[in-house]
Design a protein around this ligand. Structure first.
Ligand SMILES: [Zn+2]
Length: 389
């Protein structure tokens, strides 16, 4: 028994050591995951191919198998990479970029799904430059910092650190308050990126916020009445570490609105407590941006009266008149015990709490143009509702 144990530890030690030092390399190329947002759980180089295993950060977990790794060619020509998923089926269509700005989806003729999506084979054309293969475009913590800094300066917003993630990254909020305040304060909250791979949600949220913080007459009128809080990146650790879904404690943040066991959700809860503690404050709306297999809004059911009443249907009616080519489902989900942002906001404030989901594959331009329309119609609808004057 003792010898067996020794052998086991010797082998385990060797394996760990080998994985740290060994580059995943053959005569054709080198693969690595040495950058922010990367996920390549293990990699094996054979003479002609690479086999990449993709595991989640912990289990159980909802299926959102994120991957991102770099290929450094040693030759020109085709390279075959096989992705193996341990706990999910292929979801994110592979995209390629040499500069982490411009991305193009891999040609469908070069992708093959096998074993019901548990295995994906891609044949990549290599030139001389290194490139990244990822499940979606990368929008990392630095990208949010730049974007937030720019918009805060342009729209004169207060960019505040409201808390820290498990690994000590700042949780940042963009805040806007009316210059002249009436007796009643009305609040709206926008949150995003609780789930790291849900990039299309971010691709809607950023133009949505740019519209709300823009300089149109409508946006100015909206900001003259409403207090706005936006937390575009709720799970910076998950993004930085290439997680499928959870934070560094292995918790799904959008199942923690209620328990609030995690620093990332606690940071937002503190803001909500302050609003609740002020008897002159009213909470009006929360939108939470995500991605799934289609465009869908999860809302309260039609017989759950929100305050403001009828917001959701009026909002959609306004948007529907203007949307071109953007189709979405309105999914009514009655209040439940599931500790999502949507349920928490409606349960605590009676305000509409809406999950704004974009399809993983929805056209990026359409995401942007429709998000601007939804932002404008959101502002129109709330401005029409019971005035705070
Ligand atoms: Zn999500």
């Amino acid at each position: 028994m003792r010898i067996l144990l020794l052998l086991f530890f010797a082998f385990a030690g060797f394996a760990a050591h080998a994985q740290e030092d060994e580059k995943c390399e053959n005569a054709l190329a080198i693969l690595d995951a040495d950058f922010e947002g990367a996920r390549m759980s293990s990699c094996e180089a054979t003479r002609k191919n690479f086999i990449v295993r993709i595991d989640p950060e912990n289990k159980p977990i909802n299926p959102s198998p994120w991957y991102a790794f770099r290929v450094t060619p040693k030759q020109t020509g085709d390279l075959k990479i096989i992705i193996r998923y341990s706990d999910a089926k292929h979801r994110y269509w592979p995209k390629r970029s040499s500069d982490v700005r411009n991305w193009r989806p891999i040609d469908p003729n070069r992708i093959r799904e096998r074993r019901r999506g548990k295995r994906v084979t891609m044949r990549l054309a290599m030139e001389t430059d290194p490139f990244i293969i990822a499940g979606q475009e990368l929008l990392l913590t630095g990208g949010y910092e730049n974007w937030s800094g720019n918009i805060a300066e342009k729209a004169n917003l207060n960019l505040q650190t409201i808390g820290e993630s498990v690994e000590g990254r700042p949780i940042r909020a963009l805040m806007s308050a009316p210059q002249t305040q009436g007796p009643e304060k009305e609040f709206v909250l926008f949150v995003g990126r609780q789930h790291p791979p849900e990039l299309t949600g971010a691709f809607a949220m950023l133009p949505f916020l740019e519209t709300v913080f823009g300089d149109t007459a409508l946006a100015q009128k909206f900001r003259a009445r409403f207090h706005i809080i936006a937390v575009p990146l709720m799970n910076p650790d998950g993004v930085a570490n290439g997680h499928w879904r959870h934070n560094m404690n292995g918790v799904d943040l959008n199942r923690d609105w209620g328990p609030f066991t995690q620093p990332e959700t606690q940071a937002v809860k503190k803001l909500l407590d302050d609003i609740d503690a002020d008897e002159n404050s009213q909470f009006r709306l929360m939108l939470d941006f995500h991605s799934t297999n289609r465009n869908v809004f999860y809302t309260q059911s039609n017989d759950e009266v929100t305050n403001p009443p009828g917001f959701t249907l009026n909002w959609f009616a306004g948007a529907n008149e203007r949307l071109k080519g953007y189709e979405y489902e309105h999914a009514l989900r009655p209040h439940s015990d599931l500790a999502t942002s949507k349920n928490y906001i409606f349960g605590r404030f009676g305000a509409p709490g809406i999950t704004y989901e974009l399809g993983d594959h929805t056209d990026r331009t359409l995401i942007r143009t429709s998000a601007k329309i939804f932002a404008e119609e959101m502002m129109e609808t709330l401005l029409e509702g019971g005035s705070a004057e």
